[in-house]
Design a protein around this ligand. Structure first.
Ligand SMILES: NC(=O)c1ccc[n+]([C@@H]2O[C@H](COP(=O)([O-])OP(=O)(O)OC[C@H]3O[C@@H](n4cnc5c(N)ncnc54)[C@H](OP(=O)(O)O)[C@@H]3O)[C@@H](O)[C@H]2O)c1
Length: 239
């Protein structure tokens, strides 16, 4: 499986890259970022290639098209998180979260293998129903919901060649991550108390599994992600 990873420098994306490089079912990892990304130390760099991309809303340059041609799957973990978005112009946040993803899907699907599996990392707070009035961070949550809607609709229109799932974790745990100290994010997560947390290693394992073995559900909530991820991590000894 040739796997594209965006957001590879981030918290989620870097764990995806680390696991993908260890996974024998992944033959090649293409990381697309705004700068060249080094492979994680002590991992198999021979199946890793990084591409820097400046313009994410226009046609991708030829060298990148050559790289992504024949990809089997993409894990899209590029986004501006809710916390970071609060210090940015909302138009820029929309361009990065929505326009980059829409353009990326359309470009990748055109040159990918069939079926092309696209796993989008979103969040529990993101709302697909555009008629809702949301009290907290409504503009952001609806905007990212529009991205989810676009992806699901694109897969529907291009079935069975394009398959999509959206992962909707609440909080994501890692050894180095303590519970968020951001009061507003904390308050929002509390509204979704029924949604368990997922560890970043389980999330990454579950997403790679969906790319490799087929998409089982859309969306994938934390409980399902943790269940799939735990199963994969228990069965495999490469992680
Ligand atoms: N972390 C959590 O607890 C959590 C919980 C629920 C859902 N999520 C979702 O998971 C996804 C990934 O989150 P994360 O925690 O991994 O975030 P992160 O660590 O901030 O990573 C975001 C990634 O997006 C890239 N990115 C941001 N702006 C960019 C731009 N203008 N051009 C190119 N790349 C850009 C970053 O690249 P640079 O390194 O170049 O900035 C980075 O690789 C997001 O959709 C987030 O909402 C996260």
């Amino acid at each position: 499986m040739k796997l594209i990873v965006t957001g590879a420098t981030g918290f989620v994306g870097s764990e995806v890259v680390r696991q993908a490089l260890r996974n024998p079912a992944v033959s090649f990892v293409i990381a697309i970022a705004r700068r060249v990304v080094q492979p994680p130390p002590n991992e198999d760099a021979s199946k890793f290639q990084s591409f820097a991309l400046d313009d994410w809303t226009g046609p991708y340059p030829k060298y990148l098209m050559d790289g992504i041609k024949g990809a089997d799957a993409c894990i899209w973990s590029l986004a501006v998180t809710p916390t970071k978005s609060r210090s940015m112009d909302f138009a820029d946040v929309t361009t990065i979260c929505h326009d980059y993803t829409v353009n990326g899907m359309q470009i990748m699907a055109a040159v990918a293998n069939k079926p092309f599996r696209f796993v989008y990392v979103s969040g529990v707070l993101i709302e697909r129903d555009q008629s809702k009035v949301l009290p907290h961070m409504g503009e952001y949550r609806l905007m990212r919901g529009r991205t989810e809607n676009f992806l699901v609709d694109f897969a529907h229109k291009n079935a069975p060649d394009v398959q999509v799932t959206v992962t909707k974790p609440g909080a994501i745990d890692a050894p180095s991550i303590r519970e968020t100290s951001d009061a507003m994010v904390k308050a929002l997560f509390n509204m979704f108390g029924h949604t368990p947390r997922v560890h970043v290693s389980e999330l990454a394992a579950a997403m790679i599994d969906q790319c490799q073995n087929g998409i089982t559900n859309d969306p994938l909530w934390s409980s399902k992600l943790a269940e799939i991820g735990k199963k994969v991590l228990k069965a495999e000894d490469y992680v």
